[in-house]
Design a protein around this ligand. Structure first.
Ligand code: HSE
Length: 436
C-alpha cells in the first residue's frame, strides 16, 4: 500500500521532535498504523536554520499554504502554534478534505467549535492530543478510556513553567523573576511567558479537558483565570507550616448548579500525590463515578514528549482513514448533537476553604475584630498562625485557614476587613482544594 503523505507545518522544537520520532520508530509505527507514514513536505519560517532533525528527503517551503493546497498531501500536521495563520491554514486544509493533527491549544480552545463543525462538514478528522499536557495521553483517556464514567471532576497541573517556578520557590527559596528567566532559557515557557504565569496557557488546556470530560462546548472566556505572580515566598512557607503546598491548578468540577472552570494558585494537602509533582512535570487527576480517582503523570512539554502525542494522533488518523465519518470517535467525545448547555458558574458562586494572609496591627482587640467580621459572614476558621513582629514593626502577619465558604461571602468579608484601620490592604487569599 502507498505511504500516507504528511505535510508538516512548523519545524521548530515539536516539529523537529516529530520528524525524529517518525524516523526512529518508523518500523513500529508502520506495524501499528498498517501503512507507512511519510513526511513529504514541511514548511518553516527560516529555511536555512539549524534544526534538531535532519530534513533529508523532505521538500521544504517557506509557504505553508502551498502544502495545505497540495492535492498529494493526505494529512496536515500543524505545529506553528498561535492563532493566525494557524486558524486559516487548518480551516483551508479541512475545506480541501485533509485531516489535521495539531498541538495548538490556543487554536482548539478559542476556535475548536468552528474547526470541528468544518471538519464534520467535510468528513475529516482533527486530532489534538498534543495540545494538552504534552506526552500524557489525557485526551484519549478522557474520550475513550473513561467513556463509561460520569466525570465528577478533574484537577491538573497543566503548565510546566508555572510548576517549575513554584517548585524552585519552595525548594530553593528562589525569587519569582529569577526562576522565570531560567524557565525561558530552558525553553519551557511560551513565546509570550505571560501566558504561562498569568494562567492563560493552563486555561486553554482546561477549556479543552472540560469540554471532553463533561460534553460541553469549548468556552475559554468563561474560565476564571488567575496567575502565580502574586504568590510570595512567605505564602509558600506559611502553606508548608499548615501542611499544604501551593500548586497552580486547572480545576473543572460538576457542581449542583453548573460547571466550575477555574485556574488559580491553590493550597493542596502535602500528602496528596499532586502536591509532589515537581519541576516541569504535569499531572492530572480525573474522578469518574465508576472508576474513582485516577492519576496521569508525565512530561507536559518538550520536543519528543509532545511528538509522542502528535505521532499517536497520526497513527489514529491513519487507522481511521477508511472508516465511515459517522463511526469515528467524536472530536469532543460526545456526539455533536448531544453537547450540553449546562452553565459555567461564575467564580462568586464556588465554595472552597481559603487561606488568608493579613498584615494586622499588633495590639489588643485586633484579632477579635477580625474574627468577629468573619463570624458575621458565617465563615468558620480552621487554623490560625500569628507571627511575632519584627524589631521596630507594629504590624504582624496573621495567616488563617477557613472552612468551606461561598466566594461571594468571602469577598464581602475581605472588603470589610480591609476597611479596618488596624488591617493593611490588600489581604491575600489563596483557595484550598483538599482533593478528597
Ligand atoms: N508553556 C507550556 C508549559 C508548554 O510550560 O506547560 C506546553 O504546553
Amino acid at each position: 500500500m502507498n505511504p500516507v503523505k504528511i505535510g508538516l507545518l512548523g519545524l521548530g522544537t515539536v516539529g523537529g521532535g516529530t520528524v525524529n520520532v517518525l524516523r526512529r520508530n518508523a518500523g513500529e509505527i508502520t506495524r501499528r498504523a498498517g501503512r507507512e507514514i511519510q513526511i513529504s513536505k514541511a514548511s518553516a519560517r527560516e529555511l536555512g536554520r539549524a534544526r534538531i532533525c535532519s530534513t533529508e528527503g523532505i521538500e521544504l517551503t517557506a509557504n505553508p499554504f502551498a502544502i495545505v493546497n497540495d492535492p498529494d498531501i493526505d494529512i496536515i500536521v500543524e505545529l506553528i502554534g498561535g492563532e493566525s495563520p494557524a486558524k486559516e491554514l487548518v480551516l483551508q486544509a479541512l475545506s480541501r478534505g485533509k485531516h489535521v493533527v495539531t498541538a495548538n491549544k490556543m487554536l482548539i480552545a478559542l476556535h475548536g467549535n468552528e474547526i470541528f463543525a468544518k471538519a464534520s462538514q467535510h468528513g475529516v478528522m482533527v486530532a489534538f492530543e498534543a495540545a494538552v499536557a504534552g506526552g500524557i495521553p489525557i485526551i484519549k483517556t478522557l474520550r475513550e478510556g473513561l467513556s463509561g464514567n460520569r466525570v465528577e471532576w478533574l484537577v491538573g497541573i497543566i503548565n510546566g513553567t508555572g510548576n517549575f517556578i513554584l517548585t524552585e520557590m519552595r525548594e530553593k527559596a528562589r525569587d519569582f523573576a529569577d526562576v522565570l528567566e531560567e524557565a525561558q532559557a530552558r525553553g519551557y515557557a511560551e513565546a509570550d511567558p505571560t501566558f504561562d504565569v498569568e494562567g492563560v496557557d493552563a486555561a486553554h488546556k482546561l477549556t479543552i479537558l472540560a469540554a471532553i470530560a463533561f460534553g460541553i462546548p469549548l468556552q475559554f472566556r468563561k474560565v476564571y483565570t488567575e496567575g502565580i505572580r502574586g504568590v510570595t515566598p512567605a505564602d509558600v512557607i506559611y502553606a508548608e507550616a499548615l501542611g499544604y503546598r501551593i500548586k497552580h491548578l486547572g480545576i473543572a468540577r460538576r457542581a449542583a448548579k453548573g460547571i466550575e472552570l477555574r485556574v488559580h494558585p491553590t493550597l493542596i494537602p502535602e500528602r496528596r500525590l499532586l502536591a509532589n509533582v515537581d519541576g516541569v512535570m504535569n499531572a492530572i487527576v480525573v474522578k469518574g463515578d465508576a472508576v474513582g480517582a485516577t492519576l496521569y503523570y508525565g512530561a507536559g512539554a518538550g520536543a519528543e514528549p509532545t511528538a509522542s502525542a502528535v505521532v499517536a494522533d497520526l497513527i489514529d488518523v491513519v487507522r481511521a482513514l477508511t472508516s465511515d465519518p459517522e463511526n469515528r470517535v467524536p472530536h469532543l467525545a460526545f456526539q455533536p448533537e448531544a453537547i450540553s448547555d449546562i452553565p459555567v458558574l461564575s467564580i462568586e458562586r464556588i465554595q472552597t476553604p481559603c487561606y488568608l494572609r493579613l498584615s494586622a496591627e499588633d495590639k489588643p482587640g485586633v484579632l477579635a475584630d477580625i474574627t468577629r467580621i468573619l463570624a458575621n459572614h458565617n465563615i468558620s476558621i480552621e487554623a490560625i498562625i500569628q507571627k511575632e513582629p519584627l524589631a521596630g514593626e507594629s504590624y504582624i502577619p496573621v495567616i488563617m485557614l477557613t472552612h468551606r465558604v461561598l466566594e461571594q461571602e468571602l469577598n464581602a468579608a475581605i472588603a470589610e476587613l480591609e476597611r479596618l484601620a488596624s488591617v493593611n490592604a490588600p489581604i491575600k487569599r489563596i483557595r484550598v482544594e483538599t482533593l478528597g
